[in-house]
Design a protein around this ligand. Structure first.
Ligand code: CP
Length: 309
């Protein structure tokens, strides 16, 4: 059983919780590769996907995971709702819960939104990304993808490259990988690496070639232009020249590394198309893993009895 009632961030999970989610996801990965992909585990459970920020992968992946588990699913997009008339987050959610909804999957631009909601409404909350804070299911699916390919996460060397400062994927990945015993490095422009990040137990490197030579896995991040009100590097062209992953850099290594990206990709900026679509890339495997991992999270949280912490 998980030690938490909600999935608000990797920060709140124990390593046993993470192991349990990854083990459960193995079972669901088998399920979604069968001819009959649906199981009755969440029959009579109603889940709302509440998205206040754009999403392709996370929203579709949660919806598919819920449907594969036979849950009833409601989809909510803030842009076409009464939020535009001034309704608050709490009022919106309480109105939805009055329709007898059991679980809420929330994506929101404000850091802490999922935590705030979990303290004010009587429902299980899953954080599907809160601003630049956490994206726990992305980190879990990334760990699951590494385990699928390399057999384990513990002891592996993972470099996270790019806009560490504005990335919820970076923070959740660092916390998750460290809890699983991986060695973690961050690499990018010094202006996009938070000053005190080494207190999380990560190595800091600004030279991409050295980072690539060190790692078993490179997780490449998008520049989060939507979260930047100032420029942190001269131009995207110069960013691509210094910190972009291209075939020349990959070919210069005397080993194979796993190449990951949470998406959406800006082809030609942080990664070139030949690398993103190349044989060392597991970007689409990550998407497949996402459905299995989200099924595991929903299944395990739904299994907790009321009154448990
Ligand atoms: N990786 C990820 O969160 O993608 P979306 O923004 O498309 O959901």
């Amino acid at each position: 059983m998980l030690s938490v009632k909600h999935l608000l961030g990797i920060k709140y999970l124990t390593s046993n919780d993470i192991d349990l989610i990854l083990q459960t996801a193995e079972t669901f990965l088998d399920v979604i590769n069968r001819p009959i992909k649906r199981v009755p585990s969440l029959r009579d459970i109603t889940i709302v996907n509440l998205f206040f920020e754009n999403s392709t992968r996370t929203r579709l992946s949660f919806e598919l995971a819920e449907k594969r588990l036979s849950a009833d699913v409601l989809n909510f997009a803030a842009s076409s709702s009464s939020v535009s008339k001034g309704e608050t987050l709490i009022d919106t959610v309480n109105n939805i819960l009055a329709m007898k909804v059991d679980m809420v999957v929330l994506r929101h631009p404000q850091p802490g939104a999922a935590h705030f909601l979990s303290e004010r409404v009587n429902s299980k909350i899953i954080n599907a990304g809160d601003g630049a804070h956490e994206h726990p299911t992305q980190a879990l699916l990334d760990a699951f993808s590494i385990k699928r390919k390399l057999g384990s996460v513990g002891g592996k060397k993972v470099v996270i490259v790019g806009d560490i400062m504005h990335s919820r994927v970076a923070l959740s990945n660092i916390l998750c990988l460290k809890k699983l015993g991986a060695q973690v490095m961050v690499c990018g422009p010094p202006t996009l690496i938070p000053k005190h990040i080494s207190s999380l137990g990560v190595i800091v490197e600004t030279d991409l070639q050295k980072a690539l030579e060190w790692c078993d896995v490179a997780n490449i991040l998008r520049i989060q232009l939507e979260r930047q009100d100032t420029r942190y590097f001269p131009s995207l062209r110069e960013y691509a020249m210094v910190w972009g992953l291209n075939q020349e850099r990959v070919a210069s290594l005397n080993k194979e590394i796993l190449i990951m990206h949470p998406g959406p990709i800006n082809r030609g900026v942080e990664i070139t198309s030949d690398v993103a679509d190349g044989k060392q890339s597991i970007i689409l495997d990550q998407v497949e893993s996402g459905v299995a991992v989200r099924m595991a999270v929903l299944y395990l949280l739904a299994g907790r009895k009321e009154g448990e912490n």
